[in-house]
Write a new protein. Sequence first.
Length: 365
Amino acid sequence: MRFSLFVHMERWDDQLSHQEHFQNLTELTLMAEAGGFSTVWIGEHHSMEYTISPSPMPQLAYLAARTSTIRLGAGTLIAPFWNPIRAAGETALLDVISGGRAEVGLARGAYQFEFDRLSGGMPAAEGGNYLRELVPAVRALWQGDYAHDGQIWQFPTSTSVPKPIQQPTPPMWIAARDPDTHDFAVANGCNVMVTPLMKDDEEVENLVEKFNTAVGNHPEVDRPEILVLRHTYVHAESEPDAWRPAAEGINRFYRTFDAWFGNKTAPANGFLEPSPEEKFAERAEFTPDSLHRTAMIGTPAEVVERLRHYEALGVDEFSFWSDNSLSHEQKKQSLQLFIDEVVPHFQNRTAAEDGQQPARAGLPS
């Protein structure tokens, strides 16, 4: 099992500039590369200060120039907001700029707030139709001349300019939760990204089972890969109650997610207050005590134990989700502990089982 970093510019007030936040994101990426992480993932969100990324493409292009080995993942492009020609061309250009390191993730979208502003109020639930039409169209454009006459998009013969370096295509990933999306991804040879959000590891098992069912339904397709994305915070053994700041920070993150997802309050200049604690009085999964158990929060030994369970389930990539409303220094300390005291357990274990010298941490040997 390899490791990746999932990161946004995360801004909770105006104490730091956007430029400083991007410098922080870059520093975390360089740490992850030095620690042998396989990929950095950046998503797409609009008009939200707490996950700043109107497009991951310029950020990833900049990181391509600052790095040499880490792969550069759009995690994920929101399908209804992209014309296939634009999606194919921009992702191919990232692949060219990075020397063949692009990873292309796609999703149907979730926030009605964004659909109200970018898609004329179209229900977010209809985004799956766009996803299913976008994936094969982008692949065809990467390959050469292609005309499209779909239900959503129509265009005469076109092609991706430039063409990606990776052939036949860069890896494609689909953010999936329901069985139909898992099945679509596997049937189309796409890897799958899942997140259990604030649920426990039983949800991870359920999501992996959906993936495995889709794999079993499509023996004609080589098994794709599955990535699990989880809020992660590693703390030192000697610190009493060191888990609490992380659990409270992730609680704040999810209450803010709830406020944006609910789409009932107008934001002020891109900021939206978290939903109040009392809203979740009957929702135990939002409490810091519960998040301490469900998010990947713990000492290195505790995190290693849980990750070995994920590995045994067949998870190919674990993505260290750094968005947690904590300070940059706290994020750095956690990431460095993960690199120093978690990753080597998997590095050495893989090497011993394969009878090989240890590979760079987090990368296939």
